[in-house]
Design a protein around this ligand. Structure first.
Ligand SMILES: [Zn+2]
Length: 266
């Protein structure tokens, strides 16, 4: 079921009153309309336009974005109707209307009604009693109303609304399914992207363990070197001990070496 401009109008007008017509004209089928453009085209003062827009905003029927005017330094608001919310609002209003009509139909079946021949008033039995079955407006005697026509009209109205609500609900279900499909599609896309990203990321992650292996090798090397150092230390100690025993010989050797070094330096 198509959601016509008329339905949008009924929602907007129920919030804003007759003045809202100009605004609906400027907003339907458009996006991000500047509030100044709205004021110009609707030929209304910017303050009135803003007041109307805020009322619609409070009813969750419009959304806005804002941009800072670099020259003037203030924000300009751009407005868009929210069709889904408007539809929901419309649906809600129609359901309330339906409930009212059903209650009225029940009353019409239960109660007796009295009307003035001049069509001033229509009163139920208790109200008629209060005025002693005379019209409170013109004083004429009121007579029992044959409400068969009234009941027909109400029944027709109820049928009409029920039919409309059914169609709206059907289209809602279809739309929800479409939205679900879209969401699932985007989910699948996201998952695919993630998988692809993982695949592309996997290459560096493959490198990482290699690096770790290198590090491990280094550490083993370090460990080896450490043991070598310990070995060297032990060797040094042993050498020292041995040198301490053979002190005189080593000293002379050392002196000779030093002499040689100094010679080469010169
Ligand atoms: Zn009357």
């Amino acid at each position: 079921m198509r959601f016509t401009k008329k339905k949008i109008e009924t929602v907007i007008i129920s919030v804003l009153g007759e003045e809202g017509f100009a605004l609906v004209d400027q907003l339907t089928g458009k996006e991000n309309v500047s509030e100044f453009d709205l004021a110009n085209k609707a030929k209304l003062d910017i303050k009135i336009i803003r007041k109307m827009l805020y009322m619609l905003y409070n009813h969750n029927l419009v959304g806005f974005t804002r941009k800072k005017d670099k020259q003037k330094g203030w924000y300009i608001y751009y407005w868009t109707l929210l069709p889904e919310n408007i539809k929901f609002d419309y649906y809600k209003r129609r359901r309330e209307q339906l409930e009212k009509l059903k209650r009225r139909l029940e009353e019409e079946h239960k109660e007796l009604f009295f009307v003035c021949p001049n069509k001033c008033v229509r009163l139920n039995f208790d109200q008629g009693m209060d005025f002693e079955f005379h019209c409170p407006e013109c004083g004429e005697l009121i007579t029992q109303d044959d409400n068969k026509d009234e009941i027909k009209i109400i029944k027709n109205h109820i049928d009409e609304i029920e039919d409309e609500l059914k169609k709206l609900q059907e289209s809602r279900i279809i739309r929800r399914k479409q939205i679900k499909k879209k969401i699932e599609k985007t989910k699948k896309k996201v998952i695919k992207k993630r998988v692809l990203e993982k695949k592309t990321i996997k290459k560096p992650t493959k490198k990482k363990p290699l690096k770790k292996k290198v590090v491990k090798r280094k550490s083993t090397l370090k460990k080896a070197s450490k043991t070598e150092i310990v070995k060297k230390k032990i060797l040094k100690k042993l050498l020292k001990k041995s040198s301490q025993k053979k002190k005189p010989i080593k000293k002379t050797v050392k002196k000779k070496v030093i002499k040689k070094k100094s010679k080469t330096k010169k």
